[in-house]
Write a protein that binds this ligand. Structure first.
Ligand SMILES: [Zn+2]
Length: 107
């Protein structure tokens, strides 16, 4: 698994969500203007005030991306949060912020 590749894909996904929602919350623009530093973005994404004004879908997506990024950093990315099995590269390719394997997701 190429972690840098997944990290980049998560970052792109994050940028898409931010661009799509920046009208709803001016703080998002600040985040977009920042250098794409993972640690800093992650900290800001943990700020609940940032999520105010966003719709449920955007909030859920940002939370999922943040969780995936945390798992990249702590080395558990790609391991199912439910059963510990590999999530699978194919699943991660289509759903880079998936933290469970398909079986656990369907449970
Ligand atoms: Zn699982």
């Amino acid at each position: 698994m190429d972690l840098d590749d997944f990290r980049q894909r998560l970052n792109e996904r994050l940028t898409q969500v931010l661009v799509r929602n920046e009208q709803a919350n001016p703080h998002l623009r600040r985040l977009l203007e920042m250098p794409a530093d993972w640690g800093e973005r992650e900290v800001i994404l943990a700020d609940r005030a940032l999520l105010d004004g966003l719709d449920t879908e955007a909030r859920a997506e940002l939370a999922a991306i943040r969780t995936a990024l945390e798992r990249v950093e702590d080395g558990t990315y790609g391991t199912c949060a439910g059963c510990g099995a590999p999530v699978g590269d194919t699943r991660l390719h289509f759903l880079p912020f998936a933290i469970t394997c398909l079986r656990c997701a369907q449970r």
